[in-house]
Design a protein around this ligand. Sequence first.
Ligand code: SF4
Length: 243
Amino acid sequence: MISIKLNFGGFVPLSTVDWRGRSACTVFLRGCPVRCTYCQNSSILSGKDERDCEEIIEMIRGSLFAISGVIFSGGEPTAQKEALLFLARATKTMSLAVGVHTNGVYPGTLEALIKERLIDHVALDIKARWARYNNLLKGDYVKDVQKSLALCKEAHENGHLPEFEVVITLFRGYDDEVPIIAQEAGGVDIVLQQGVTEDVRPFSEAEMEKIADGLLRSVKIRTREGGEIVYEGDRSRRAASKR
Ligand code: SF4
């Protein structure tokens, strides 16, 4: 049998918060070309811990009694295309759903996963409005993220990707960008995620609801304190906007 190697970042045997409506285990793939200052997994952005994919498959098997899906996260899981495809195929043969958390800079990996119908859920981070993207990420990433967005939207509309959401992480001082990002993303499910850094006080859930009101649509709001909620918006403001 061909042995595929993976640069391994970690494993959580059971999570009930990473995939709404499912119990899942989470496999972290080490390495990411981007360097967000707020990264919560900065210890696995670089370095090497090479494992055989069979070892990871055994870890997933160990969680089988409690899970219905596997989340591949990171680091950036789509950076390791062959290993991720191998693990997604193995996950499917265990009759488990496959979810990927991605920054979207490797659209070729998403395309391959979608083409083989190996993927059930994508959470795509969009970090800024397009005009500010490359500057913020200090690299030429915007075209690839736009391609990933287009691929996932099309696959979701065609029924080839059952769940697709765009995740916007909110930081104080940048909240006026949220409506622009949501508009540029188009008609997709939006998750507003509380950004947490050492330097700046994070938004409270109530503050995030106010920001969500500006979008005039239902969104998910994710905070450390409250977990994930579906926020339907300020109905009176919605009604007023229709008049
Ligand atoms: S893209 Fe994600 S994994 Fe990479 S540095 Fe940013 S937050 Fe961390």
